[in-house]
Design a protein around this ligand. Structure first.
Ligand code: 3AM
Length: 178
């Protein structure tokens, strides 16, 4: 199974993100039910490793905290636009939580993630070459959400399909006080 650890977003936040999902030619927009924040992509795991990961994630002790979405960013590869996303206001508690999840993944036997953590919520993916984001950023770049509590981390299974991926929550790990 193909796994990742992430955050489910409240319905009202997903609805406000959906207002950002138009006005870019060639975009494959993420549907509101698929919107999430990835904390750690895990990739393929067999049942035993998934169980070890589940046990490690259950042991994480981090207090609940608020996050706030702000701004629009993008990822490109070899100067080709790959994704447009909503950003997250700088948040030391979120970085701390992500480190704990990284440690849990490594303890469960997965290779360390080499890439820097850039918290984001993907809104659109692209396969085409030249896309000018200028008008879109002018219209949407000032986006921000109300702060909302991050109450749990979720282990997701990702199913790749012709119509796009869909994600199934396998388990939630509530944040709690220490
Ligand atoms: O949260 P986003 O949408 O940015 O692109 C995939 C998605 O990211 C990413 O993991 C999230 C859940 O599927 N992903 C897919 N394959 C990946 C890989 N090989 C990957 N991230 C890193 N390495």
């Amino acid at each position: 199974m193909r796994l990742f650890v992430g955050i489910s977003l409240p319905a009202d936040i997903r609805l406000s993100l959906a207002t950002l999902c138009s006005g870019l030619a060639g975009a494959r927009w993420v549907t509101p039910e698929n919107m999430h924040m990835t904390l750690r992509f895990i990739g393929d795991a067999d049942g035993g490793m998934a169980e070890d990961l589940d046990a490690e994630l259950s042991g994480i002790q981090v207090p609940e905290f608020d996050i706030k979405l702000t701004g629009i960013g993008s990822f490109s590869k070899r100067s080709r636009l790959r994704a447009v996303w909503a950003g997250v206001e700088t948040n030391a508690a979120l970085i701390h939580l992500q480190r704990k999840i990284e440690q849990a993944a490594v303890r469960a036997g997965f290779p360390p993630e080499g890439r820097k953590f850039t918290p984001h919520i993907t809104l659109a993916r692209f396969k085409t070459q030249q896309i000018d984001l200028g008008d879109y950023l002018e219209a949407n770049g000032a986006f921000s959400s109300a702060p909302f509590p991050l109450e749990a981390v979720t282990l997701f299974e990702s199913h790749l399909g012709h119509g796009g991926s869909h994600y199934v929550a396998l388990n939630d790990y509530p944040l709690r006080g220490i």
